[in-house]
Design a protein. Structure first.
Length: 277
């Protein structure tokens, strides 16, 4: 598939540029056509392939090479079942042959620093941010690698809804927390590509610019609604606001963001080894 078609699919509109002189690589095509997969074949992933995917994770950039993340590979079916019982509508995630937890991990470097005879003086909000970014970059590197060879993936942020339970089940020590889970398996569905905000909303030239933002969002809503309106069963907080007359992206995210989520998270982090000062 040509770049022009892939980009048109991503934005639900044609882009008036000539991409024909740019080399069409399989990796870039894989990234441009990516979609989340939530149904997997009953087909295992070999130890060799898993090792390659984990190596891809560790090939991601890391702030100052501090490598402040860990990856928990969950294969034990009993542990999968325990987590599955807790995550409600996302139970399908634990049917994937591979389920990874990406962990922000400041604990390892604290122990290393102390072992080498120094006082670790950087348990702060910046180190917290660096560990989360390290873990997120590692996860994204895995996503790109997995999808480039035909595997399907889906990140699972709902893990943070049950963060205390996951801590207990997976025996996570202080200074370690899961930023997200990641399912990996061979796809058993052809899911839709998510239509993204246009580049003139997300990207800015030299200075931040909000000019005509709401007008642009209205245009985006109209494009998405025409191709993929949000059905009633996926509308947020119907119990509070009722069924939306028009299931648009902006209506749905506004409903979601009007209700506090994970309000306990900051206190949980502080109790579990992250100072956030």
């Amino acid at each position: 598939m040509k770049f022009s078609k892939l980009i048109a699919d991503r934005y639900a509109e044609e882009i008036d540029l000539d991409f024909s002189k740019i080399q069409e690589t399989a990796t870039l095509k894989s990234i441009l056509s990516r979609r989340s997969i939530r149904k997997f074949l009953n087909k295992p992933i070999s130890k060799e392939l898993l090792t390659l995917l984990l190596a891809a994770s560790q090939s991601a950039p890391s702030k100052s090479n501090l490598q402040q993340y860990s990856i928990l590979v969950i294969q034990d079916q009993n542990i999968k079942n325990e987590i599955s019982d807790l995550i409600g509508n996302t139970k399908w995630a634990l049917t994937a042959p591979i389920f990874l937890l990406y962990l922000a991990d400041i604990r390892r470097n604290i122990k290393i620093t102390n072992d080498r005879g120094y006082d670790h003086k950087n348990n702060n909000v910046d180190t917290f941010m660096n560990s989360v970014i390290d873990a997120a970059l590692a996860m994204q590197s895995t996503i790109c690698a997995a999808e480039s060879i035909g595997l399907g993936v889906c990140p699972i942020s709902m893990i943070r809804n049950i963060i205390e339970e996951v801590k207990v089940i997976c025996e996570l020590p202080k200074g370690v927390f899961p930023i997200a889970g990641l399912t990996i398996g061979w796809p058993d569905q052809k899911s839709k590509i998510s239509i993204r905000l246009s580049q003139d909303i997300v990207t800015h030239l030299d200075k931040y610019n909000e000019k005509d933002l709401i007008h642009k969002i209205n245009k985006y809503d109209a494009k998405v609604f025409k191709k993929d309106p949000i059905p009633e069963k996926k509308q947020r907080h119907i119990d509070l606001y009722g069924v939306a007359k028009k299931g648009t992206w902006s209506e749905n995210i506004s409903r979601q963001l009007s209700v506090p989520e994970r309000s306990h998270f900051k206190n949980w982090l502080k109790k579990n080894g992250f100072n956030l000062e």
